[in-house]
Design a binder for this molecule. Structure first.
Ligand code: CA
Length: 227
């Protein structure tokens, strides 16, 4: 699950990013309204956490612009105590919830989990499947042929990405940004290592093989005919 935070207070932003990462989420952080908009339009975030007062573009305008451009991820607003009227405005604009500053991280995390549980558009599946491989997004559980497979948080995120876009060859750069929050650096073999581990868990001892390397291009999860 990927979360966008737009917060111009460096301390709050860093604190949220770190806490949410430790809770297993992938996090993009922007400290400027326009950077937040750019990230929100580019990435496929499952949730956006928006501060109201931001340089460049305020949180309301940011939300309106995202919605106008077809981004419908749930939104949690962070508001100051004296912005009560603004909260109503936020909810009217289609925010899912708001949190008054200062708040505890535990409270924020509880809200985030609630929104992510209920925030899925009605017919979005909560399980992904390919052949006899199943991934349960809510229970964070993976099985193959009914057998439980234990994955690390990164392996789960990697498999989720490959399953969501099965049949599509995903370049390493895209995997790096979606799963590791980093820009692709050709010197690192972190993706290769993770893919090898994931393949050992998901494919070894099972038929058909689902995870494939496309030389020079990236990785794809699919059932290949005649393979
Ligand atoms: Ca602010």
């Amino acid at each position: 699950m990927k979360i966008l935070i737009v917060e111009d207070e460096p301390k709050t932003g860093d604190y949220l990013r770190q806490g949410l990462r430790e809770a297993g989420y992938t996090v993009d952080l922007a400290t400027h309204g326009l950077d937040g908009l750019h990230l929100g339009l580019e990435g496929d975030h499952d949730l956006a956490i928006l501060d109201v007062m931001l340089p460049g573009m305020d949180g309301w305008t940011l939300l309106k612009t995202l919605r106008a451009k077809g981004r419908h991820m749930p939104v949690l607003f962070l508001t100051a105590r004296d912005e009560v009227a603004d909260r109503v405005k936020g909810l009217e604009l289609g925010a899912d919830d708001y949190l008054v500053k200062p708040f505890s991280f535990a409270e924020l995390l509880a809200r985030v989990r609630t929104i992510l549980r209920r925030g899925r558009p009605g017919n979005e599946p909560t399980t992904l499947a390919a052949a006899d491989l199943e991934l349960d997004l809510l229970r964070r559980r993976v099985t193959r042929a009914g057998k439980r497979i234990d994955l690390t948080a990164k392996e789960f995120a990697l498999l989720e990405l490959l399953m969501r876009r099965s049949g599509e060859v995903l370049p390493r750069s895209l995997i790096a940004s979606q799963v590791w929050d980093m820009n692709f650096d050709s010197d690192t073999n972190v993706i290769e290592v993770a893919m090898r581990r994931l393949r050992a868990k998901v494919d070894d001892g099972f038929e058909p093989r689902l995870l494939h390397t496309v030389r020079g291009m990236g990785y794809v999860l699919e059932v290949q005919e005649g393979a």
